[in-house]
Design a protein around this ligand. Structure first.
Ligand SMILES: NC(=O)c1ccc[n+]([C@@H]2O[C@H](COP(=O)([O-])OP(=O)(O)OC[C@H]3O[C@@H](n4cnc5c(N)ncnc54)[C@H](OP(=O)(O)O)[C@@H]3O)[C@@H](O)[C@H]2O)c1
Length: 291
């Protein structure tokens, strides 16, 4: 029996992993779900105590400082969780021979490319959040074994996110403005959870399966936030008009990349992960939220 520890388990991704693990209970994996109250990953002493008492084979780090705008004025706080805590996990990974699966972001890229970003493309974050996540990526390479999975524009049935905000606004307002000059791909956290559990299950069954390194995962296809909002309103049957606006007309503390679509070839080739289409995945989530 192998043990998989999930940190930040009450967030969007952690909650989806929990739900999926409950449906996969026959797979002979013992899951430990923790969040800040049980295991604060910024505290190296708590981590050392925790791991000296428990045999863990994999850590999936879902804990992160994810408020992109607030990070502009709280970069130290974001760095503590997105970088220093990741160094802590890398340390226990070496000390206790634990494989670390860490989640990063498309916002490590500056968005000036015109074709999908590959894992080897140069990094130049525009935001404080992106800078702290990139520092985390750099600190992880000292782990016993690691994967960094960069994802983008995550949403889920769990937690607060753009999909839920659009449904609320669609019910309250006749029209809303949504930016249409940032292109990327959304990610249903349930799909990312399935990819992570597939990687872990296959690595347990075949020791040559796991390949250290960086991977990209988001849903297939590309769209702007405006396209995504329109799809949500249409599918939910909401009569709210969505107006396309430029990022200049909708200023935010953090200036997002214009283009952050990621190439998923590597995760498909190396791990044979299925990457579902963004519209199909959005509908699955909406079916649950709307019932
Ligand atoms: N959300 C996105 O659009 C997006 C996009 C690209 C990449 N990502 C990455 O995907 C991963 C998962 O994101 P998510 O949206 O699922 O995150 P999330 O919903 O914000 O969840 C993060 C979880 O970590 C917990 N946490 C905070 N401080 C902690 C600590 N010191 N120790 C342990 N846990 C702590 C949070 O608790 P509290 O809620 O109590 O703070 C929360 O439950 C992150 O690495 C994120 O950077 C996310």
């Amino acid at each position: 029996m192998k043990t998989v520890l999930i940190t930040g388990a009450n967030g969007q991704l952690g909650s989806e992993i929990k739900r999926l693990s409950e449906n996969n209970s026959e797979k002979k994996i013992n899951y430990l779900f923790t969040d800040i109250d049980d295991l604060d990953i910024t505290d190296i002493n708590s981590l050392q105590t925790f791991f000296s008492n428990k045999k863990v084979d994999f850590i999936v780090n879902c804990a992160a400082y994810t408020n992109v705008d607030k990070a502009e004025s709280e970069e130290d706080k974001a760095e503590l969780l997105n970088a220093i805590a990741v160094k802590n996990l890398a340390t226990v990974s070496v000390n206790y021979k634990i494989t670390l699966i860490h989640i990063s972001t498309d916002y490590v890229f500056n968005g000036t490319k015109k074709t999908p970003y590959t894992e080897g493309d140069s990094i130049n974050p525009k935001t404080a959040y992106g800078r702290t996540k990139f520092k985390g990526e750099q600190l992880i390479t000292d782990s016993y074994k690691y994967n960094i999975i960069r994802t983008s524009w995550l949403y889920s049935v769990f937690g607060n996110n753009f999909v839920k905000t659009m449904i609320r606004l669609g019910r309250e307002k006749e029209k809303i403005n949504v930016v249409n000059d940032q292109i990327g791909s959304h990610t249903n956290a349930a799909d990312l959870a399935a990819a992570i559990l597939l990687i872990i299950q296959n690595s347990i069954e075949d020791s040559s399966y796991f390949q250290n390194g960086i991977y990209h995962f988001s849903n297939e296809g590309s769209c702007s936030w405006y396209d995504f909002a329109k799809e949500i309103m249409n599918y939910a049957g909401l009569n709210c008009k969505v107006n396309p606006v430029s990022s200049k007309e909708f200023p935010t503390p953090a200036e997002r990349p214009e283009f952050s679509l990621m190439d998923k070839s590597k995760i498909k080739d190396v791990y044979k992960v299925i990457v579902p289409d963004w519209k199909k995945s959005l509908k699955k989530c909406l079916d649950e939220i709307l019932t």
